[in-house]
Ligand binder design. Structure first.
Ligand code: HEC
Ligand code: HEC
Length: 321
């Protein structure tokens, strides 16, 4: 019996050492986001909490536009035909209320804010139009349109209890620790086939909704997907989104994929063809380009390829100098 006891101690020590080495291989992207304190993650209010007065009606319309964008603004939209057929909610899950589901918790509290991508102070309206022109590969809304005002009213209502200037935990997309190697699209394709293909299909085109408006499973690449100027075209954004939300309906309490798998799948998806948008005006200060922004020129000497897929350790070190 004693011998088995010793053996168990030795095995657990070995596992501990292995863990230590495995972990020290990766460096955290943003250390504060690594702590998964589930009790403090922000979850947005649901539709039944929307008031029933006239402001409530506007908020409800805003929520509808987020959840069913294609019905209003898609290729056969009843208001206009100005987006690619996806819904905001395909990427901002549960109408932008899900923890680490790319939610809108910090919109009311942080906008207007300065953004390095445009080099400007951006209003909520400008930020919404960014996603319309990039993520939905479409046209902007007029800032005074009924639709824009409703979307804004919804965001202000979602974030009404969040102190100005603060960002609650769990808002947006989680920053995953960087891998010590480049993300690998070939490995990613194998993982995609096992974990994603049954809904998003081998050609990445997803599947239309039964009523033909929007998608049952949205497209991940190709002409109906987000364009190459969209946030998800940076693999850190896509990997963080996938890790905590896919395969649908995974959530951050019970992720299925390892970080490595999420990075590799993101590399595969973002190596596939998609619409392109002129983005020459983006990142006017090239030193502020995110590490995984795939288009030069850069303030450093690393290639577009390394910026797109990693490894990032050397770039991080060079930037610190
Ligand atoms: C293809 C996916 C996708 C779709 C569709 C999409 N977005 Fe986004 N959106 C993103 C990503 C990615 C970000 C940036 C998240 C990050 O960098 O953490 C973002 C950010 C935003 C932000 C800023 C959030 C913040 O806290 O700074 C707003 C506001 C926004 N989107 C509104 C919309 C609206 C409104 C729609 C529909 C008209 C929409 N988005 C559709 C992917 C998408
Ligand atoms: C069981 C079906 C299912 C599986 C499996 C699945 N997804 Fe999804 N995926 C969805 C649905 C549904 C949505 C839209 C969510 C919504 O609108 O609430 C979505 C949305 C997405 C989006 C954001 C919208 C877009 O089209 O760009 C990405 C990215 C994504 N999935 C990637 C993946 C990846 C990667 C995998 C495999 C790891 C995967 N999904 C597995 C059903 C699935």
């Amino acid at each position: 019996m004693k011998k088995i006891g010793y053996l168990l101690i030795i095995i657990s020590l070995l596992i501990g050492i292995a863990n230590f080495f495995f972990k020290s291989e990766t460096i955290p992207a943003i250390a504060t986001n690594q702590v998964m304190d589930s009790a403090n993650c922000w979850t947005g209010p649901g539709p039944y909490q929307i008031p029933t007065d006239s402001l409530g009606k506007q908020i409800q319309y805003g929520r509808n536009l987020i959840a069913n964008t294609a019905y209003y603004l898609g290729p056969a939209g009843i208001v206009a035909h100005q987006t690619n057929g996806m819904n905001c909610q395909n990427c901002h899950l549960e109408a932008g209320t899900k923890p680490w589901g790319n939610n809108y918790g910090a919109v009311a509290s942080l906008y207007p804010k300065y953004r390095d991508r445009s080099g400007k102070i951006e209003s909520i309206e400008m930020r919404v139009n960014d996603c319309l022109q990039r993520s939905l590969n479409g046209q902007p809304l007029d800032s005074l349109s009924k639709e824009m005002l409703a979307i804004k009213a919804y965001f202000l209502w979602l974030g009404k209890n969040i102190p100005k200037g603060t960002k609650p935990k769990g808002t947006g997309i989680q920053d995953l620790a960087f891998l010590s190697r480049a993300a690998n699209p070939i490995e990613g394709k194998i993982l995609y086939t096992n974990a994603c293909l049954k809904c998003h299909l081998a050609n990445g085109q997803g599947q239309a909704a039964i009523d033909g408006i929007g998608y049952m499973y949205p497209p991940l690449w190709g002409e109906h997907s987000y364009n190459n100027a969209a946030g998800l075209f940076r693999i850190s954004r896509l990997a963080g989104f996938i890790k905590n939300n896919m395969p649908n309906p995974v959530n951050y309490h019970h992720p299925i994929l390892s970080n490595e798998a999420a990075w590799d799948i993101a590399a595969y998806i973002n190596s596939q063809p998609r619409p392109s948008k002129n983005q020459d005006a983006d990142w006017p200060n090239k030193a502020k380009k995110p590490i995984d922004y795939p288009y030069g020129p850069y303030a450093d000497s690393f290639s577009e390829m390394q910026h797109k897929y990693g490894p990032y350790d050397a770039i991080v070190k060079a930037r610190k100098k």
